[in-house]
Design a protein around this ligand. Structure first.
Ligand SMILES: [Zn+2]
Ligand SMILES: [Zn+2]
Length: 626
């Protein structure tokens, strides 16, 4: 369930080179041990060593560590080299720039970090923080928005956010629905206890009746059915004593419990385990990010003969090591196997273009252009036309490129190098697909269920559904068999047709009925005294119910005889609770989202809290108008 920390640690080694030195000097010492020296021949595929060359894992790393005297130059050179090698985001360097220990101008560093890794949400958030420190409120807010918008563009950030949200949603839904089902039962408890006592003996004291019903309700707990068993028992009680409105809300809560405990928990578990689900996809992702370890490379090499993803990512690795001939050999094999893969077509074309085989490169670019719309590809095509002096086609390809992605084309043209072409980024869909395919959510769903539903009721969605359905049917069947005890709305006295003889109705006791509706039958002085008592009771109760409605979720709605409001307020409360509880996410941020995550969760929690207060307020108004 933990996020891949190896990738983070591997990235840090690239970053430490920066943290250790002031921003104005170049780190002379390479970050990776140079013992595995890159003295190797550019042999055919499979024979070339993937060990760091001269201590650098890639030409991008080399550009970063030897890129120039000042940070700005280094970042520019690194960015160009990275674009050339299809690395859209130099995350390790960007993280190093915004690391807490980094010295120097925080704003300048954060801006460079965003330039190096525009899809890394935490870079934008760091920029927002730096703007804020400088008192620049508007740019700070814009950077926060940019950071949130970057989340969908970043695989690890997306998976992290989605898994946290899904887990929180599942937990809030299940906890809120179970709590609601229980609370309707609890509200009916004292009446049910009284009625049950009447069945045995009318003179049974109240505490004995409570103990009797209480022990009956605890039976499922003793039978090992856990909280779910207790809730199902209370659910039956709520169904027996509730109005049709209560029953509809209860049925909905049961449906939501089943959805939350089974399909939703499984989806959440799948998302949660995705980043660690497939060691090979994990290693491929590390290579794409430029943070791979030697073990990850070994894993890929071992799998490569039969694994398309490993084969593709190793070609990328060889290319990034700067081994042009070996990369050409590998991309040629990839192209033979996948003749219609636009990324392979373009990157093979780049290698041919750099070898001087412009005609072959142009042909491959044109074929790729028939498959995808990419500003980078159109830029490359325009470069190849320019080299062959096909100026009209150059113009039109360049215009096309600028139309699709003006910003990226401006960046690619900046150094004005006629031999510069840029690789297409590795298709993340291939990695994403593998991660999701390999992820298994059922283990997590089971772990999530076990504390609340350890018994037979929690074994499958069918068992849980049948449990609730049986409770509902039982409630409906027995509900009309006896006259239910209730309480007087005016004085709170128990009303029971069996104990009291005749009763006026279930809402108001005989005494109150005479007092309010037939005043001629009562003594005036006594009547005034009694009315005064009731008024005192009412104002006392008013204060207590307001406090209880705010502090105990659902009380406000149930007192207003609006179970729907009670349920909604409970769900709001549960959502606020989980977003505060997990404000840093359910699992640690994979060094991608930064403060954007907690910010988003706190905002959601705050909004849920407002929603809760709003519904409690509505329930209060409804109760007073009754
Ligand atoms: Zn009364
Ligand atoms: Zn009774």
């Amino acid at each position: 369930m933990s996020v891949s920390w190896r990738r983070f640690l591997a990235g840090l080694s690239m970053g430490l080179g920066l943290i250790g030195v002031p921003g104005s000097t170049v780190a002379e010492r390479p970050p990776v041990s140079a013992s595995a020296n890159g003295e190797q021949a550019d042999a055919g595929p499979g024979e070339v060593s993937l060990a760091p060359r001269g201590g650098y894992r890639s030409e991008v790393e080399r550009a970063w560590f030897r890129g120039g005297a000042d940070l700005g130059t280094r970042a520019t050179r690194t960015r160009i080299r990275a674009l050339e090698l299809g690395m859209d985001n130099v995350e390790a360097a960007a993280r190093a720039l915004i690391a807490p220990g980094a010295r120097g101008d925080s704003l300048g560093r954060a801006m460079l970090a965003v330039r190096l890794a525009p899809d890394l949400p935490m870079a934008h958030i760091a920029l927002a923080g730096a703007h804020w420190e400088h008192g620049e409120r508007r740019p700070a807010l814009e950077a926060v928005v940019d950071g949130l918008l970057a989340i969908p563009r970043h695989l690890e950030a997306t998976v992290w956010l989605a898994s946290s949200l899904l887990v929180m949603f599942a937990v809030a839904l299940v906890a809120g629905s179970l709590y609601f089902g229980a609370s309707v039962g609890v509200a009916a408890f004292s009446h049910a206890a009284h009625d049950l006592g009447d069945l045995l003996s009318r003179s049974m004291p109240a505490f004995a009746r409570t103990a009797l019903l209480g022990s009956l309700l605890l039976l499922p707990l003793l039978a090992g059915e856990g909280v779910l068993g207790l809730v199902v028992a209370l659910f039956a009680l709520g169904f027996t004593y509730g109005s049709p409105r209560h029953r509809v809300a209860l049925a909905l809560s049961a449906v939501l419990v089943v959805i939350g405990m089974y399909p939703l928990a499984r989806v959440a578990g799948t998302a949660l385990s995705a980043l660690d689900s497939d060691p090979l996809a994990d290693a491929a992702l590390s290579v794409v990010r430029g943070t791979e370890t030697s073990e990850e490379l070994e894993r890929l090499v071992a799998a490569a003969p039969d694994d398309a993803l490993a084969k593709h990512v190793l070609a990328l690795k060889v290319r990034r090591l700067g081994l042009a001939d070996a990369a050409h050999a590998r991309y040629t094999v990839l192209h033979a196997e996948n003749p219609r893969d636009p990324v392979v077509l373009t990157n093979l074309a780049n290698l041919r273009f750099q070898r001087g085989d412009t005609a072959a490169a142009t042909d491959l670019y044109e074929r790729a252009a028939g498959l995808i719309d990419s500003p980078t590809l159109m830029f490359n095509l325009s470069q190849s036309y320019a080299r062959s002096f096909r100026m009209e086609e150059f113009e039109s390809a360049m215009q096309n490129a600028q139309r699709i992605g003006p910003e990226i084309v401006a960046e690619l043209s900046r150094n004005g190098d006629p031999s510069f072409v840029a690789d297409l980024a590795f298709p993340m869909d291939e990695i994403r697909g593998r991660l999701i395919k390999g992820a298994r959510g059922s283990g997590f769903a089971e772990a999530l269920r076990r504390p609340a539903a350890p018994g037979r009721l929690g074994q499958s969605w069918l068992a849980t559904s049948l449990g609730f359905a049986a409770a509902a049917v039982l409630g409906l069947l027995v509900s009309g068999r006896w006259r239910h005890a209730s309480r007087c709305a005016r004085c709170g006295a128990r009303i029971c047709a069996r104990c009291d003889g005749t009763v006026w109705n279930s809402e108001i006791c005989d005494g109150c009925h005479r007092l309010f509706h037939r005043p001629e039958t009562t003594d005036t002085a006594l009547r005034m005294a009694r009315l005064g008592e009731l008024r005192d009771r009412e104002s006392r109760l008013e204060r207590v119910t307001l406090a209880a409605s705010l502090l105990v979720p659902g009380v406000g709605g149930l007192l207003a005889k609006r179970p729907d409001l009670a349920f909604v307020s409970i769900l709001f409360f549960a959502w606020a609770g989980v977003s505060l509880l997990w404000r840093d996410g359910v699992v640690p941020d994979p060094m991608a989202v930064g403060a954007a995550g907690p910010l988003a969760f706190l905002l959601m929690g705050g909004m849920a809290l407002l929603g809760y207060l709003g519904v409690v307020g509505i329930a209060q108004l409804v109760r007073r108008s009754q």
